[in-house]
Design a protein around this ligand. Structure first.
Ligand code: ZN
Length: 552
C-alpha cells in the first residue's frame, strides 16, 4: 500500500460523493487522494514521513471551483481604491484625494466598486462630481458590474472622449446637455479609451475586449505574473483550487504559463478565447489554437466566451418585453444569424461555449444558437453554458435540459441577496418578472446542471458568503418563489457543479480515492453555523494537487 504524505484527521468531511457522503479523515499521497473514511482506516496509510493535520472537528470539503471570474482585473483590483462603502460627494472626495496623494505616480487613478447610487439613488454620476475630487489628473470610477465607468473631465479630454465618440452598438459615450461627454461611459468599448491612459496600458482588461495588449514585453509579462500571483493567492485563501476565467487572450495564458513553469500556479486555471461581436468567425481558429497549445493539468483553454447583452441596471440587458420603468429595450450584441453561425462553428470544433446572457431575450437567443449547433453537428456532450440568467422566460425553461445546457449562476448577484441594492434592478425588471428572476429553484426542479460563482471582481469572491446568500435568499415579495438553496445544494454547486461544468468530474469536485487532492479545511464546522453566520467561515488550509496553497 502506498504511504500517505498527509492525513487530514478529526474532520467532518463532506465528500460530495454520493457513495460515501461523510467521513472522518482523508489520506493524501502526493497529488492524489489515497483514501477517505474513518480515522482507523486512514491510519493504515500512515508511514514514518506522513504529516498529520488535525482539522479539530471542522468541515473538510473538495476544493471550491470558481466557475466564473475575471482573474486579471480582480488581481489588479486588490491594489486599487474600492468605493463600495462610500456614499455622497464629501466622503467620495475625501477617499479619492487620500488615494491620489498616496499614489503620486499613478498615471490613471482607478476606483473600483463605484455603486450606481454613489451620489444617491436615481442620481446620475457625472464628470462634475469627479472633478470636485480630482481635476488635474485622470480619474476613472468602475461600477461593480464592470459594465459602466465614469471619468473626470481631465481623463475624458486626455482620452479624446470629451466631444463624444462613435463606439460599437451596445456601448455608449453618454453626452450631457452641454454637448460634452457627461462622464458616463457604458460598456467596455466606451471606457477602454480611458483605461488605456494607465501605465499598464489596460493589459488587465485586454481579455475583456478579446484582444492582445499592445506593447507587451518580457518585462510586462514578468510584472503581470506577480500581479496574477497575488490574485491566485487570494483565490486560494478562500479555498478555491480551480478557476474558470471569463475573459481571455493569449497574453494571459503566456503570463500564467510563467507561474506554472515555476510551480506557482496555485489554482487550476482555464482561460477562454473571447469572441467579441466585431471579430469575424474565421477567428474561431485562434480558439482552436489556444486549445491545442494549452492543455496541461493546471493551465488550459478549451472554451469560447461571448457576450449576448449587457446588464439590467444600465438598461443594456436584452429583454423579451420592454423594461418596466421606462418602456425601453435594447439590442443584443449578436444578431441571431451571427450567433447561430458562431455556435455551430465553435461546437463543430469540439469547444465549449459560455455566453453572458442576463435578459430573457438574450438567454433565448443563446439557447436558439445552441439548438442550431446541435441540429447542425449532432448531439454530443457539449456542456455549453449560459452565464448569469438573471431573467428567464418561462417558455425557455425546458430547453436547458433538452439541450444539455449548464446554468452558471451567481448567488451574490440578486438584489439584496448580499451586497447589491434593491434599485434600480427590481424596478427595471418589474414585479411581474420577479418570480422568474435568478430562477435557481425552477432550473434545479428541471434537473438542469447548476454551477455557482461570484464573477469576481464584480462581486465578493468569498464562496461562503456566496453559500450564505444562496441559503438565505428571500423573495422580494411575499408569495413569490424564494429560489433559495439548501446548504448542501449550495456547496455542491461550488464543487461537483463546477467540476462537471469544466469536464473535470472524474478528476475533482468530490473527495474519493483516485481523485486529485484538491481539498479545503474550513475554519468552522459549517453545518453547525446559523445560516446568517455561514459567511464567517473561511479556508484554514487549501490543498491543490496535494500542495498547500494556503494555510491560515
Ligand atoms: Zn463575468
Amino acid at each position: 500500500m502506498s504511504k500517505a504524505t498527509l492525513i487530514i484527521e478529526n474532520a467532518r468531511v463532506l465528500t460530495m460523493d454520493p457513495d460515501r457522503p461523510r467521513a472522518e479523515a482523508v489520506a493524501i499521497g502526493g497529488a492524489m487522494i489515497l483514501g477517505v473514511g474513518s480515522r482507523e482506516d486512514m491510519d493504515a496509510f500512515a508511514g514514518p514521513d506522513t504529516r498529520r493535520f488535525d482539522a479539530q472537528g471542522k468541515t473538510v470539503l473538495p476544493g471550491f471551483v470558481e466557475s466564473h471570474l475575471h482573474i486579471f482585473p480582480g488581481s489588479l483590483g486588490l491594489k486599487l481604491l474600492h468605493l463600495d462603502k462610500i456614499r455622497g460627494v464629501p466622503a467620495f472626495c475625501e477617499a479619492v484625494q487620500a488615494y491620489a496623494a498616496a499614489n503620486p505616480d499613478a498615471e490613471l487613478l482607478v476606483c473600483k466598486s463605484a455603486g450606481y447610487d454613489l451620489f444617491g439613488v436615481g442620481t446620475h454620476i457625472t464628470r462634475h462630481e469627479l472633478d470636485k475630487a480630482v481635476s488635474d489628473r485622470p480619474l476613472v470610477l468602475i461600477a461593480p458590474d464592470h459594465h459602466t465607468a465614469w471619468a473626470n473631465t481631465f481623463a475624458l479630454e486626455k482620452a479624446g472622449l470629451i466631444n463624444g465618440m462613435d463606439v460599437p452598438v451596445g456601448n455608449e459615450v453618454v453626452m450631457g446637455e452641454d454637448g460634452k461627454a457627461s462622464g458616463e461611459l457604458r460598456e467596455f468599448e466606451a471606457y477602454k479609451h480611458v483605461m488605456a491612459l494607465d501605465s499598464d496600458g489596460g493589459r488587465d482588461n485586454a481579455g475583456m475586449t478579446g484582444i492582445e495588449p499592445k506593447g507587451a514585453t518580457a518585462a510586462s509579462r514578468a510584472a503581470d505574473a506577480e500581479i496574477l500571483l497575488d490574485g491566485l493567492k487570494y483565490c486560494a485563501s478562500y479555498g478555491f483550487t480551480s478557476i474558470h476565467n471569463m475573459d481571455g487572450n493569449f497574453y494571459q495564458l503566456e503570463v500564467l504559463k510563467i507561474l506554472e513553469d515555476r510551480g506557482d500556479l496555485l489554482c487550476r486555471t482555464e482561460i477562454p478565447y473571447h469572441l467579441t461581436p466585431s471579430k469575424p468567425l474565421s477567428m474561431i481558429e485562434e480558439a482552436v489554437e489556444m486549445n491545442r497549445q494549452y492543455k496541461s493539468d493546471r493551465l488550459r483553454s478549451g472554451r469560447v466566451k461571448m457576450f449576448m447583452d449587457g446588464v439590467i441596471d444600465s438598461g443594456t440587458a436584452f429583454m423579451v418585453e420592454p423594461y418596466a420603468d421606462d418602456g425601453k429595450n435594447c439590442e443584443a450584441l449578436h444578431t441571431a444569424e451571427r450567433f447561430n453561425a458562431a455556435a455551430i462553428e465553435i461546437d463543430r470544433n469540439g469547444l465549449q461555449i459560455a455566453v453572458h446572457a442576463i435578459g430573457d431575450a438574450a438567454v433565448r437567443r443563446v439557447l436558439d444558437g445552441y439548438e442550431a449547433a446541435q441540429k447542425a453537428n449532432g448531439k454530443r456532450d457539449s456542456r455549453h453554458r449560459i452565464e448569469h440568467i438573471e431573467v428567464l422566460n418561462p417558455e425557455d425553461l425546458h430547453r436547458f435540459k433538452e439541450l444539455g445546457v449548464v446554468a452558471s449562476m451567481q448567488p451574490q448577484h440578486p438584489p439584496l441577496a448580499l451586497d447589491f441594492p434593491f434599485l434600480p434592478w427590481t424596478a427595471k425588471v418589474g414585479e411581474a418578472r420577479w418570480p422568474w428572476s435568478f430562477p435557481v429553484q425552477y432550473l434545479r426542479d428541471e434537473g438542469v446542471p447548476i454551477t455557482f460563482a461570484s464573477d469576481w471582481p464584480v462581486a465578493d469572491i468569498d464562496p461562503m458568503r456566496g453559500v450564505m446568500a444562496a441559503v438565505m435568499r428571500k423573495p422580494w415579495k411575499e408569495g413569490h418563489p424564494s429560489h433559495a438553496s439548501s446548504l448542501m445544494q449550495a456547496l455542491s454547486y461550488y464543487t461537483v457543479g463546477g467540476a462537471y461544468t469544466g469536464f473535470d468530474e472524474n478528476r475533482l469536485g468530490r473527495l474519493a480515492p483516485g481523485l486529485l487532492a484538491d481539498i479545503v479545511v474550513m475554519s468552522h464546522d459549517i453545518e453547525s453555523l446559523a445560516p446568517q453566520d455561514l459567511g464567517t467561515a473561511r479556508a484554514a488550509l487549501t490543498l491543490c494537487g496535494g500542495e498547500v496553497t494556503w494555510e491560515a
